[in-house]
Design a protein around this ligand. Sequence first.
Ligand code: COS
Length: 390
Amino acid sequence: MHFFETDEQAMIRELVRDFAESVLSVTVKQRDSTQSPPLEEWQEFLDLGLQGVTIPEQYGGTPVDDISESIIIEELARVDPSFAVMYCVHVGLCSMTIALHGDEEQKSKYLPRLVAGEVGAYSLSESGAGTDAAAMSCRAKLNDAGTHYVLNGEKMWVTNGTQARILVLFAKDVDHADYGEKRHGGSTAFIVESGFPGFNVGKKEDKLGIRSSDTCTLILEDCMVPVENVLKGSGNGFAIAMNALDNSRIGIAAQALGIAQGAFESALRYAHEREAFGKVIAHHQMITAYLADMATQIEAARLMVYRASAVKQEHYENAGPRHSKEASMAKLFAGDTAMWVSERAIQILGGYGYTTDFPVERFFRDAKITQIYEGTQEVQRIVISRAIQP
Ligand code: COS
């Protein structure tokens, strides 16, 4: 077991920290208040060459180890959780899903475009199918010529939805043998481009947190998707969706870890500056204890996130066991840590923590979503409990 960062991991952390502090921190507050996506920041980020970390070199990617991927997300979220989730969805749910499940033609066509900076997204949820993903009502039907699937329905909660050019999107093929037989029967994964006829962006959500992350509804009205854009054949979509979430839940856990770290550092700084009763509040026993507990909780979350990342890498590189349980445990624990630590941070700052003058109220609002998206905390417990049978 190795509990220390490699030189490469330390270098990546420094690179991303520098970007986050010098670029993202300048605009994060304004973008949060106006709900503007970080488009210029994304263009600057592309210079770092980290948008292709889940894409093999032959398609232009720059693969890194899985702990490094989590470190990147953690460092982005420490300053700007909205940018972190934009990145997490691009590299995880979209790029990696195509890299894992795409055929040669699909990979050659789409992966270089994702490396070039076209934004990726993933679209599974619907108004009546969030936790119960198998209940999706979006339908796909092959046209008479056999050239295109025609997609109809509405998808919801799509991160990067208004900006994405390339999406991994799920619908049920009504002609598949399992359609109507199994609950998830006919579920099919499609690579959809935002320019395809019948693809429309719907309502943009007005959210409590991660307000600079763009979240919207998609409306598919006879959306024409070429047959060659089906991932792994019709009917195999549900397993692809679940596998993508196993991968990406570790990214959300890393995002939660970064949120907790950012909130903690803010509270720590404040506690060492603010005086009450003749000494800095960090030296008042109750605040000291809060800070110690926060630091301990964060360190535990960090170990779980990095270990889940290592188990994921082992799964793909050496056919190790699936990482579903570790991913869900990391997300469950880190999500609760982000929520708890950011709440304590507000408590330490008192009235100031409740204002927008300090970033802790933003971290608090941003933390909440990590207990909800990519599977609620309740879903993580279902996945974990299924994996710990006697
Ligand atoms: N990897 C690969 N395949 C998987 C898998 C995984 N992690 N988990 C399940 N599958 C496969 C199963 O093997 C089964 O395959 P068959 O076609 O051979 O039957 C199929 O998927 C159905 O699995 P299961 O019966 O477990 O499906 P459920 O409907 O019971 O799924 C949960 C239950 C709650 C775990 C699932 O619906 C889920 O994760 N929901 C949350 C979805 C989510 O995170 N939404 C947010 C999206 S991002 S905003």
